[in-house]
Design a protein around this ligand. Structure first.
Ligand SMILES: O=C(O)CCC(=O)C(=O)O
Length: 252
């Protein structure tokens, strides 16, 4: 259990759209989660599970798995489920999002040693279409995340400007989108192993390739205020973590 100065964190979150939480996992927890993540990502040594998506996929190019994404680990593994429901984390989420909370999803991002690729500049909600955009990502480092191995870079304050235009990255060849925003103004936040950050779903961010001989594993959990809609449909089927489901009008 970690206890934070939540008033200070909430103030920084409102201003910057991103906060640093410090250490939230003990070394033993990190080791256990790494092993479980690796077992979910690989069905046999060197053989990527069919559930893994290759975010480095580009039209007409063979898959390289330079950025591996696995979604909803909480539904496949009890340790990830326990992590998503941790009381101290939910207490903090209540401060940021209000008393009624749902789990939108969790997802792991794995940039392999040597050839980990880029995640282009984007707003998360450009992919998710949550309305209103009352959702955040808890980003937990399962390896030291550094500039050299692809830590996340943020455009602080950009969560306040609403939706930003996006286009398909790599001249239209990538499966990923790229935001029309000032990449040069983004700042890296290096995250030591076991530490975490939280960012708003409208905050513009990206992460560079992994040029090191070490993997970069990040596990993320997406929390939302209860009662949002996604693609116009109410989010009624997502796990309720705290409070109750109200309608969207009560949150806005
Ligand atoms: O882990 C990364 O490199 C990027 C993750 C990301 O885009 C996110 O958590 O929203």
């Amino acid at each position: 259990m970690v206890s934070w100065n939540t008033a200070e964190l909430a103030e920084t979150f409102r201003r910057d759209g991103v906060i640093e939480l410090g250490q939230i996992l003990e070394p033993d927890d990190v080791e256990e989660l790494r092993q479980r993540m690796d077992r979910l990502m690989y069905q046999a040594p060197g053989e990527v599970s069919p559930k893994v998506r290759d975010l480095s996929e580009a039209r007409g190019k063979p898959l390289t798995y330079s950025v591996m994404q696995l979604v909803d680990l909480w539904s496949m593994d009890e340790a990830f489920d326990r992590l998503a429901r941790r009381d101290d984390i939910l207490d903090l989420m209540e401060v940021l999002l209000g008393p009624d909370l749902q789990l939108f999803r969790d997802q792991s991002f794995f940039k392999p040693a040597g050839h980990g690729g880029e995640i282009f500049l984007h707003q998360d909600n450009r992919y998710w279409h949550l309305d209103p955009p009352h959702a955040v990502t808890l980003w937990i480092a399962l390896d030291d995340a550094t500039i050299a191995n692809g830590c996340v870079h943020f455009l602080k304050g950009s969560h306040t400007v609403g939706r930003v235009e996006h286009h398909r990255a790599m001249g239209g060849e990538s499966i990923l989108l790229e935001a029309e925003a000032d990449k040069a103004a983004t700042v890296p936040i290096e995250v030591p192993v076991g530490h975490a950050t939280v960012h708003h779903c409208h905050l513009v961010h990206w992460s560079p390739p992994n040029h090191t001989d070490r993997p970069r594993r990040g596990h993320t959990i997406q929390y939302m205020a209860a009662g949002l809609s996604k693609d116009g449909a109410p989010c009624t089927s997502y796990p309720l973590l705290r409070g109750r489901l109200r309608d969207t009008a009560a949150i806005a």
